[in-house]
Design a protein around this ligand. Structure first.
Ligand code: PLP
Length: 456
């Protein structure tokens, strides 16, 4: 086997990468022309690349490295578990201690009436599980026709065929025959981009009422569930107006629709609580989890299921599962992550220090000529870029052109700041301290200045 290592020249690694490695959400042509940035190591909130650059990770990987990089306790937990029991499944009446312990710990952190966890290895798998859970629930209740699921345009719930269908990204749907039948999308509560002349409060109610209209159009006896993130993340950090969630909750209650809160990004501290549902005042039947559950150190996700739904599902055999459901090494690492988060009071840190500092810092960029809106909740934020602040206008360009420029300028200034269309997204590790928040804001400001001079 050839030895490929961090010590090889960057260009050689890039060429090999482009030759053999198909990347998610990336064109091979771009890889061949430009070469991917090769990340070689990481510690705290910083990445190091193969050219020795030290880059501030304003995205916590993909919104997931909540406790930061380089925690040796996590490596120790993995090694211990690998030596003791590297793998066993949880099918057919078997279990093991890491899965039991993690399920118990997650149930302790979840709302009081949510005590059962179905494990998966990712958020996508967990949302696929959710499609089957809600349909099985209603079939068990004698209502098999209640099978349709309502989601939102521009939502992201994963990349498998099921979860990608729940998502509302049309550019994903265009490939591979999505969405699958029985999934519907209503508008997202993005007041800044789509609110027109309405006040945010009016717009929040109007968007929520689209759920009611869709339920009435499909028939109450046909709708199983509504799925949404408490705050939409990969859609560009869309913080809903305050009127939105109370109205959604009323509609779900009134029409007996199960509510799935996708907590893959919002969960495990990102909004300053264990779950975003607490912060946004939502009472879900199911919560999707992944990412921050293990801070990305191991792939693990799952569905936290409320007692009533779990009891109904439990009346039959749920014919569903993944080889790695409750994987012992992933579960042990996730448990260690939760121990660290609790011992270091990370949620308190977010609530009282990191989130207020990030908000104060990013709001200093609100006056920048490119910035139309600073959208922020906890440790999730985006800057909506606009050619004309007052009219909330959009750049007349292909998806993400200004965003791509700004993202590249951020990278050149050693900051990872992702773009979603014309929104620049920030979601750093939760452990971040004031000094690095200052550096993040300064580099973001420079990236904006440089992008502005390119497009003005
Ligand atoms: N749900 C949400 C809200 C997400 O942001 C993501 C990923 O970004 C997923 C689900 C899919 O998770 P995964 O990439 O682990 O499959």
């Amino acid at each position: 086997m050839s030895v490929i290592s961090n010590h090889m020249p960057t260009a050689e690694l890039q060429a090999l990468d482009a030759a053999h490695h198909m990347h998610p959400f990336t064109s091979n042509e771009a890889l061949a022309n430009k070469g991917a940035r090769v990340i070689t190591r990481a510690d705290g909130v910083y990445l190091t690349d193969s050219d020795g650059n030290r880059i501030l990770d304003g995205m916590a990987g993909l919104w997931c490295v909540n406790i930061g990089y380089g925690r040796t306790e996590m490596a120790d937990a993995a090694a211990r578990q690998m030596k003791e029991l590297p793998y066993y499944n949880t099918f057919f009446m078997t279990t093991h201690v890491p899965a039991i312990a993690l399920a118990q710990e997650v149930a302790k952190l979840a709302p009081a009436d949510m005590n059962q966890i179905f494990f998966a290895s990712s958020g996508s798998e967990a949302n696929d599980t959710n499609i089957r859970l809600v349909r099985t629930y209603w079939a068990q209740k004698g209502k098999p026709g209640k099978s349709h699921i309502i989601s939102r345009k521009n939502a992201y719930h994963g990349s498998s065929v099921g979860s990608g269908s729940l998502g509302g990204m049309t550019y994903m749907h265009e490939q591979g025959g999505m969405p699958i039948p029985g999934i519907h999308h209503i508008n997202q509560p993005d007041w800044w981009s789509e609110g027109g002349d309405m006040t945010p409060e009016e717009f929040g109610v109007a968007c929520a009422k689209e759920l009611e209209a869709k339920i009435l159009e499909l028939g109450e006896d046909k709708v199983a569930a509504f799925i949404a993130e408490p705050v939409q993340g990969a859609g560009g950090v869309i913080v809903p107006p305050e009127t939105y969630w109370p109205e959604i909750q009323r509609i779900c209650d009134e029409y007996e629709i199960l509510l799935i809160a996708d907590e893959v990004i919002c969960g495990f501290g990102r909004l300053g609580a264990w779950f975003g549902s607490e912060v946004m005042g939502i009472k879900p039947h199911i919560m999707t989890i992944a990412k921050g559950l293990s801070s990305g150190y191991q792939p693990i996700g799952g569905s936290i299921v409320c007692d009533e739904v779990a009891e109904v599902i439990g009346q039959t055999e749920f014919n569903h599962g993944y080889t790695y459901s409750g994987h012992p090494v992933a579960a042990a690492v996730a448990l260690e992550n939760l121990r660290i988060m609790q011992e270091e009071n990370l949620i308190e840190h977010v609530r009282t220090a990191a989130a207020p500092a990030l908000k104060a810092g990013l709001e200093t960029l609100a006056d920048h000529p490119l910035v139309g809106e600073v959208s922020i909740k906890g440790m999730m934020a985006s800057l909506a870029l606009t050619p004309h602040k007052d009219s909330r206008a959009k750049f007349a360009s292909e998806r993400g052109t200004i965003g791509t420029i700004c993202r590249d300028r951020a990278f050149a200034n050693n900051l990872v700041m992702r773009h979603v269309g014309d929104r620049m997204v920030v979601s750093p590790p939760l452990i971040i301290q004031q000094e690095d928040i200052d550096a993040l804001v300064e580099r973001a400001g420079k990236a904006l200045d440089e992008a502005y001079s390119e497009v003005k």
